[in-house]
Structures are given as structure tokens and as C-alpha cells.
Design a protein around this ligand. Structure first.
Ligand SMILES: Nc1ncnc2c1ncn2[C@@H]1O[C@H](COP(=O)(O)OP(=O)(O)OP(=O)(O)O)[C@@H](O)[C@H]1O
Length: 404
């Protein structure tokens, strides 16, 4: 049975969301006031007026009577009279069988160093990390995170998301994560929910939901719509000479740069801009320390590319390794939909770009013998550039972007 949630709370949230059986990390986004918190509060049973119908995935449906739902708010509610260790210890007292250890939760939520601190001495981001760790040692079946990582710096936040995603893949945990940071959600979510104006407006695979968000005008409130591209690690690049090194070599540098292959085209990506996906696959049997292993040759990774980072070049012959541009990443694309922003974002144009998949061999190939990839890339450019370059639908262009 798939996870399916149907909620109705008058004037605040209404709709149904059904997810794939393998989806365990579900992102929820939408404009401020749209109803995201209301959705989570209904699921958690905090809204007495709400009508909620839920069917739980088969692996947890059998224990519906004692189903454990954890929730962590943006403002963490920690017990002030005991320290961090005391907070986790109290949560552990009522833990279910699938709870993780205090040590694992502290390490995974990057807060081992805080264990002896008092609650009133924690910063906002530290308190958020402790609150998530405390929820995990209680062993919830469903963990609802309502902007619960909003005060944490982006590098630590991604480490925690990575840990949660891995936990979802290796245990029976399902996470529903509300965030305004669409890039975080795109990188880690198995499926995405878009809530608009009190309605569950779109549910499903991340790229499909992003496209649905355009239709609802949801992108207008978002500075940087992003595309997600699946790629495979090719080489580790030695930073000084720009030479190739083995991906799993012991090169000791802070932020490694890899060459990866995406749709038959080569991209250069810094380590922090890519997310390994193999270690988190739901069928994975990899050990728990897989996250800390170096990336290996041929390993699948996910990259998210912000529309505001993409520039457009009409010189389509300039994608070779001999480019004179400092921007090495160049994907050959065709212009698809063209959207002029109105109101407060006047003067900007959003382009949907179909990436040319040079690795594909099939009957739908274009005249260059390559296929247009279904999942798009986005570019936001000024209306001035749009008119200066005389861009139009179906025009071949090169999309350039940095992934540092
Ligand atoms: N307790 C409440 N009683 C009545 N209306 C409420 C209550 N809480 C929220 N609302 C209203 O319900 C709507 C949805 O609010 P909600 O907090 O769910 O939005 P949200 O998408 O989480 O917003 P944000 O991103 O700003 O946190 C808003 O119009 C809000 O004013």
C-alpha cells in the first residue's frame, strides 16, 4: 500500500497526496501562508477540526494503532530544565523499536559537541539540530519537519538532510519536510508536494512538480527555480594542474572538483554541489559509513542547477574543451517555453531549455542525431538580453553555468 494523505481543514488546507511506495523523503514547499504548516499539523493530529484520511505504507500499516508521528517545529520545543543529553535521554525512555541510538542521532545531526550544554545556551541552529536528534531517538515512523533546519548553515543542513535521507532508506522512517529552500528539497526529495493557496496543487517526481509550479505562478515568489540532473562521476580533477586523478585517491583538498557525465555531456562540479545517490537508494545494502567514503568512478550523483546561475550563448560551436570562457560547463539545448515575469520581477525572462542528450540513440533523435532530454534546465535572464540575442522557441543555444 502506498502512503496517501487526504486532509481538509476549512479555510487553511485541502487536498490529497499519494506517494510512490519507495518514497520516504518527501519535500513540501509553497509560498508563505499557503498551508504547509497546517498540512503537517493536520497529519500530526493537532487540528481537532480537521478531517484527515491516511493510508500508511504496508511496512508500517500493521502498527497503525501505535503509529508514532514525530514533529519538529521551526522554533524547537526542548525541555529547559535538563541539558542536551537529558533531553535525548528523556525521549529515549519512550522509544520504539526502530529508534536509533543517542550517539548515532547526535553524530548524524552534527551536535555531538553540544551534549553537555544547557538548553538556554544553545544558538537557534544548535537548538534545531538537537530537536531533530531528540525526535530520532524516540523512533518515529513518520517524522514531520516544519522548517526545522531553517537556522542551520547550508553545509551542515545538507549533511543532516543526507543523514536523514540515508536513515529513511535504511530503516522504516518516512520524513515529510517543509522548506522554502527548493534546492535542498530538489536534491534530497524522492517526491515533492507543492501547496498553493490552501490547496495541495501538485504532487510527484521533483521535475514534474517544478513544472507544475510555473502554472500556478509559484515561481514568481522564488528567486531561483532549479533543475535536477542525474549524472555519473567520471574523474577527480587535481586542482593545481587541472589534471585527472582517480576519484577515490587520497587527494587531501577541501572542496574537490569532479568531472561528471550527464546526458553524454561533460560537466565540472565541486564536491559540495553534488549529491551521491547510490548510497541512499532504497534497495541499497551499503554500510552506514558509506556517506563518508570518497566518490568512486561511475557513481551516480545528482546535481541541482539554479536558473539564475545559467547564462545563454547563441554561439553553439563554443562548447568544446578549447572554450575561452572561464565557465567550463556548457550544455547544448533548445529553447522551449518562454515566460515573461510580471509585477515585481518585471524585466526578467524565464527560459525552459530542453537539453540535447548526446548519449541517447533512438527514433526521436533530432537532426544532429541526438535526443532532447525530457527533464529541462531553466535559465532566468534579463529581458534586455532576451531581445538583444533575439531568442525564440526551438532555437539551439548553449547554456553555461558554474557548479562551484
Ligand atoms: N491557528 C490558526 N487559526 C486560524 N488560521 C490559521 C491558524 N494558523 C494558520 N492560519 C492561517 O492558515 C493559512 C495557512 O497557514 P500556514 O501556517 O499553514 O502556512 P505556511 O504555508 O506554513 O506559511 P509559512 O511558510 O509562512 O510558514 C494562513 O492564512 C494562516 O493565516
Amino acid at each position: 500500500m502506498n502512503l496517501s494523505l487526504n486532509v481538509a481543514l476549512h479555510g487553511r488546507i485541502e487536498g490529497e497526496a499519494t506517494f510512490c511506495e519507495t518514497s520516504r523523503f518527501i519535500g513540501i514547499t509553497g509560498p508563505s501562508g499557503a498551508g504547509k504548516s497546517s498540512f503537517l499539523r493536520c497529519i500530526a493530529g493537532f487540528e481537532k477540526e480537521a478531517k484527515v484520511r491516511a493510508s500508511w505504507p504496508s511496512q508500517i500499516a500493521s502498527k497503525e494503532a501505535q503509529l508514532k508521528i514525530g514533529i519538529v517545529f521551526q522554533q524547537p520545543l526542548l525541555f529547559p530544565h535538563v541539558n542536551v543529553q537529558g533531553n535525548l535521554g528523556l525521549a529515549r525512555r519512550h522509544a520504539s523499536k526502530n529508534a536509533i541510538s543517542i550517539e548515532e542521532a547526535l553524530t548524524g545531526c552534527c551536535c555531538s559537541h553540544l551534549v553537555h550544554k544547557s538548553i538556554d545556551s544553545l544558538s537557534g541552529g544548535e537548538a534545531q539540530r538537537v530537536a531533530i536528534a531528540r525526535a530520532l531517538v524516540n523512533g518515529p515512523d513518520i517524522l514531520l519537519l516544519d522548517e526545522s533546519l531553517s537556522a542551520i548553515d547550508s553545509q551542515t543542513r545538507r549533511k543532516i538532510y543526507r543523514f536523514l535521507h540515508k536513515l529513511c532508506a535504511s530503516s522504516l522512517l518516512t520524513c515529510l519536510v517543509v522548506s522554502h529552500d527548493i534546492d535542498d528539497l530538489l536534491l534530497f526529495s524522492d517526491e515533492l508536494v507543492y501547496i498553493h493557496n490552501g490547496n495541495i496543487a501538485a504532487v510527484g517526481e521533483v521535475n514534474n512538480v517544478i513544472q507544475a509550479m510555473f502554472q500556478y505562478g509559484g515561481m514568481e515568489s522564488m528567486e531561483t527555480p532549479s533543475a535536477v540532473i542525474d549524472a555519473v562521476v567520471e574523474h577527480l580533477i587535481e586542482p593545481e594542474a587541472g589534471k585527472i586523478a582517480e576519484p577515490d585517491s587520497s587527494l587531501n583538498i577541501a572542496n574537490k572538483v569532479y568531472s561528471v557525465m550527464a546526458l553524454g555531456q561533460r560537466l565540472y562540479v565541486s564536491e559540495k554541489s553534488l549529491t551521491p545517490v547510490s548510497a541512499y537508494s532504497h534497495t541499497s545494502s551499503e554500510s552506514k559509513d558509506a556517506e563518508n567514503k570518497p566518490l568512486t568512478n561511475g557513481q551516480p550523483v545528482r546535481i541541482s542547477i539554479k536558473a539564475s546561475d545559467v547564462s545563454i550563448d547563441t554561439n553553439v560551436s563554443g562548447t568544446s574543451e578549447q572554450t575561452t570562457s572561464s565557465i567550463l560547463n556548457a550544455l547544448t539545448c533548445h529553447i522551449g517555453d518562454i515566460t515573461f515575469f510580471d509585477s515585481h520581477q518585471q524585466g526578467r525572462v524565464l527560459l525552459t531549455l530542453g537539453i540535447q542528450d548526446t548519449s541517447a540513440q533512438g527514433s526521436d533523435n533530432d537532426k544532429n542525431g541526438s535526443q532532447i532530454h525530457q527533464e529541462p534546465l531553466y535559465a532566468v535572464i534579463s529581458a534586455l538580453s532576451f531581445h538583444r540575442l533575439a531568442l525564440e522557441r526551438n532555437m539551439p543555444v548553449v547554456a553555461r553555468f558554474k557548479l562551484l
